[in-house]
Design a protein around this ligand. Structure first.
Ligand SMILES: Nc1nc2c(c(=O)[nH]1)N[C@@H](CN(C=O)c1ccc(C(=O)N[C@@H](CCC(=O)O)C(=O)O)cc1)CN2
Length: 282
């Protein structure tokens, strides 16, 4: 079975649009991009388009490639103090001279719609998330939509980044899976991966996952955004070689990527609702 993330994201965005309309709220997202990386620019444009579609206002802050950490922090602080902004998204990666950790930690936790702030990650690890990072939360939504059982299942996450691997493991654990995190130093990696009922690959290597790493009937989630020798977008998984062995599999494109953006929209709406609930007069 192909897990069609594009279709799930379309459905979720339509539902969200209705919920925003019914709420009478007008949530607002600010994106911050530093430099002119074409892929990052495309993702930011996709986010603004999704905002428009569901009834979220958005503004984009564009800083030059050579912006300093202090300059980015200044922009974040202004957005933190802007009562009209509910969510702040710092498009990653940032150029090397910018201290990414300081910038992420500067985002007000109640506007942290990307879920990367230590407060958000801590709450997620405690089993009480407010904003879960968009890609792993989007994967949970796909699993839920396709009714893939998680409780008691063996999940293996390959990759330990703070934006995907670690929060993915926490979300699966919160859903009662038995979770293993693998990484570049894992011994007998293929053997670990073959034990997975749910295999999530966030490695960043084109077509790295072959059929010999996949248990028959496993659910395979491909987080990779890679380009092959022909410049064609592809995932971490050798889709053609693995699809008949897997019980269910996400394609690239059209799998996890669209869910990242749909989840960002959901998190932004949540931020707007939480502000109303807390009664904070920002
Ligand atoms: N602040 C963040 N930065 C980055 C994140 C993130 O979640 N927060 N994730 C990625 C990039 N990303 C969003 O920012 C993203 C990547 C891919 C897609 C997507 O829908 N891709 C399509 C294919 C698009 C294409 O033609 O290239 C797909 O997979 O079908 C959406 C968002 C890194 N940075």
């Amino acid at each position: 079975m192909i897990l069609d993330g594009k279709a799930v994201s379309e459905k979720r965005l339509e539902i969200l649009k209705e919920r925003i309309e019914e709420s009478g709220l007008y949530p607002r997202l600010a994106t911050v991009i530093v430099g002119a990386d074409p892929a990052s620019q495309m993702y930011v444009r996709m986010k603004h388009r999704a905002c428009e579609r569901v009834g979220i206002g958005s503004i984009g802050i564009e800083l030059p490639e050579d912006a300093s950490t202090e300059r980015v922090l200044e922009a974040v602080n202004r957005l933190n103090n802007d009562p009209d902004i509910n969510g702040i998204l710092i498009q990653l990666p940032l150029p090397p001279q910018v201290d990414t950790t300081r910038v992420i930690e500067a985002v007000a936790p109640d506007k942290d719609v990307d879920g990367f702030h230590p407060c958000s990650l801590g709450r997620l690890l405690a089993g009480n998330p407010v904003f879960a990072p968009c890609t792993p939360q989007g994967i949970m939504t796909i699993l839920e939509e396709y009714k893939i059982p998680i409780r008691g299942k063996r999940a293996v996450v390959v990759g330990r980044s703070i934006d995907v691997g670690r929060p993915m493991a926490a979300l699966l654990l919160n859903a009662d899976a038995t979770v293993t995190i693998c990484h570049s130093k894992t011994e007998n990696l293929a053997e670990e991966m073959r034990r997975a009922d749910i295999l999530v690959s966030a490695v960043g290597k084109a077509r790295f996952v072959g059929p010999e790493m996949v248990k028959e009937g496993a659910t395979v989630i491909d987080v990779g955004i890679n380009y092959d020798e022909q410049g064609k977008l592809c995932g971490d998984v050798d889709f053609d070689a693995v699809k008949d062995r897997a019980g269910a599999i996400t394609p690239v494109p059209g799998g996890v990527g669209p869910m990242t953006i749909a989840t960002l929209m959901e998190n932004t709406f949540r931020a707007a609702k939480l502000r109303t609930c807390n009664g904070t007069a920002r």
